[in-house]
Structure formats: C-alpha cells, structure tokens
Design a protein around this ligand. Sequence first.
Ligand code: NIG
Ligand code: FE
Length: 424
Amino acid sequence: MGKKLIVKACQIATPKGKQAKYGKEMNNLAVIENGAIVVEDGIIQEVGPAADILQAHDLKDFEIIDAAGKCAVPGFVDAHTHFIFGGYRPDEFYMRLNGASYMEIMNAGGGIQNTVNATRSSCFDELFQAGMDRLDAMVDYGITTVEGKSGYGLDAETELLQLKVQGKLNQAHPVDVVSTFLGAHAVPPEFKGRNEAYIDFLIQNVLPKVVEEKLAEFCDVFCEDGVFSIALSRKLLQEAKKQGLEIKAHADEIEQLGGAELAAELGAVSADHLLEASDHGIEQLKKHRVVATLLPATAFCLNKRYADARKIIDQGCAVALASDFNPGSCFTQSVPLIFALACIQMKMTPEEALTAFTLNGAAALKRADSIGSIETGKKADIVILKYPSYKYLSYHTAANLVETVIKDGKIVKQFSTNKRYTEV
Ligand code: NIG
Ligand code: FE
C-alpha cells in the first residue's frame, strides 16, 4: 500500500475540472481556507476542510505536513519548452542587446543552427546529465510536468537522440516529461533553400521512426515567415496527425502568417506564442477549442510586445502560460517571472494566471483529466507556497515562493528555512 500523507494548509487554491477553462471560467478558482488533502498511492483521495478530514482519519497512519500559514496550489505544468540542447548562446544575447533582431541572427547562420551544431556534437550522457540538472531547476520553481521538444538535431539521428534522452529522463526524474517532435524547427544547411525537400525528408525518414518507437506524443512546427510556410506546416502536421501524433504549432510569433488559423483548421491541441495572431485567428482558436499557449518570458527576453492575453481570454479562449525555456530566445525557467509578466504586463488576473499555469497547461498536453488541479482522483502533484494565499504568486514580484514540492505523492523538494546565527 502506498504511503499516506495529509497536507494541512492555511489555504488550498485550485481550478477545478478535467478540461481546459475558457474565457471567464478561467477566473473560477476553488479556495478552501484551513483545508487538508489526503494522498495515497500518489493520488489525491480527499480534499476539504481540515476539521472534517482530520476527524475522519486515524492520524497515526499518516505522515502529516503541517502547512499552517501557507498555501497549496497544483504543481505547475510547463507546456512548452526546448530544454534538451548542447551549448549556450550568450554572444547572441549581447548581439540582441546591441540591436540585432532574433531573425537577423538566425538568417546569418546563428540562432537555432548554432545550438544544432552543439547538440549534434553532444552524446547521450551529456544531454541526459544537462537534462537532469534542468529538471532539478524546474522542480525548484514548482514545475511537476514539463513538455520538451526536439528540434536541435534537424537530422534523423540527433532528432531521435533528443527524444530518447527525454524518454529516459521521464523514467529517471520525478518530473513528468512529455515529448514533442519539432524536426521542423529550422531548415538545416544540408537543405538550404529547399524547405519542401526538408519537410519531405522529415515525413519520409524521421516521423515514421518517431511514431514507431513511440518517442513523442506531439508534432510541432515553427510556422513563420522565412522558416516554414503555412502550406509546408500544413503538409507536415497533416501527415503527423495521420500517423497518430497530436499536433501543436509555433504560430504567429514574429509575423502574422495565419498560424492560429492553421492550428484551428487542423484540430491542433495548442497554438503557441500568438504575439501577432489576428482577430480571426483568435476566433478560430476559440471555435475549435485549441488552447492558446502564451509565453511572456520570450516576449520579455526579445523585448517584443506581449501576446494580447486580455483579448484572447475575453474572446472566450483557453489560455495556458508556459516558459518556452531554450538557449536562444528565452533562457529562463522562471515561473515567478512569468506570473509577474502575465499579471502586470498582460493584464491577466492572478486567478487566470494560476489556471493558465496548471489546468490549462495540463489541457495543452492532453492531461487535464489527471493533473492540473487539486481534486480527488488526480495525481498528487502539489506545491506548497511560503505565503498564506495564491495571491502572493503575482504580488510578491518575481520571487520564488515555493517551499515544498510533492510529485506523485512524494516530497521531492523542501526548501528549509534558513537558520539564523543566534549565539554570540
Ligand atoms: O519558441 N521560435 C522558435 N523556437 C524557439 C527558439 C529556439 C531557439 O532560439 O533556440 C522559440 O522561441
Ligand atoms: Fe518555442
């Protein structure tokens, strides 16, 4: 029988349900003051007022976490990252600080290709070790499920290697890792000027292996002016769908190309970035129930305008928030930075932001039935904050409030309170 745990918290704050929350519903959090959560076998068994729950159980059977003065929220779900890569690109950061744009650096042979070169010359163990370290850093921020994309190989061998590393990390590390095949992240030098030939290569030589070896659940594409057109993105995603993968798209990030419309047309699970999405595109996302995954830390790092979260939510869409962690456009995994940007810059309410980083993030990974909220029957993925209310997540600006992280019912991180030097 699995270990039993009761978490007694000053406040439990969570969205509820097994599906994404759309539009106004994103504001509806369940908030239980003086609550308790019973966990067994890694699953939440009961949630409710502590007085009722404690009375109904023999406490000596349980390990008790007394979170008096603290708040429990669902583990954060980071539904868009590129966290497996070789090398770093600090020089490009300097170039951007001096006025070069992301696309200028990419077109001059840097950018994604720079990381592709470093990833191609990395071995499994190097990528795996770096992955373990990065997952540890995510746990520190309360992330309990993360999506990771390939896309730094751009050849069959290295694309598959990245995905295999993620598969092994999923087994070795407590954080759940969900894999996405992003072979269409850039056109490699071998196919320069032959974008369609590269897409055909992916369809014929890489996608079938990804599917056969069950290395990814999703297929994604960088649908962008100068990278992959709408027509080529459609060609790849349709084929991926036919072969049984769910689909996503990097859509309308830099130019308004119609990526949001394409994601809706093809029944994608999510459309991501959307800085430049058109009103019609947003309307289509709503109509086809595609989660709009917004990545404010990328806009911040590239010093670009933010996606119009207010308009997207007010038009009735489901918004998820994610980090886009990668070595180029957004080299940060900081959950608190994203909460601050979402509320202060994008005008999301703290309630919407919490829903976006938990239940809607889970929906962007087709996992809203098992994670993303603190409810009976869901996985016991729980974060205890140092403060008594979820409101501190955005109010205590960009500070990491995580005290304890529980993943599948086990404590995987506990920041101990600093012992101050008291003796003279
Ligand atoms: O989502 N836009 C494309 N891909 C990443 C950046 C990857 C990189 O620069 O290495 C993004 O921002
Ligand atoms: Fe991305």
